[in-house]
Design a protein around this ligand. Sequence first.
Ligand code: HEM
Length: 45
Amino acid sequence: MVEFKTGVRSYASVMHQHASAWTDDELRRIARFFAAQSAPSAGNR
Ligand code: HEM
């Protein structure tokens, strides 16, 4: 997300458009949320 926001990843992407609207604190909260998720088991797809 930070790479999209700062343009390390392409500015042309829709991800840049919306990643740039999050504050640094919000990005940290999003990262913490996803880091806390467990991976789905193979039989659960
Ligand atoms: C908080 C919400 C979101 C997060 C955390 C997120 C995260 C990401 C990440 C990490 C990637 C890179 C995936 C990779 O390279 O393997 C990505 C790519 C992408 N996302 Fe999101 N995304 C979010 C919301 C959205 C939304 C709302 C849209 C569309 C309206 C979107 C459209 C895309 C597209 C088109 C790509 C590919 C872009 C490219 O490769 O240049 N994402 N996203």
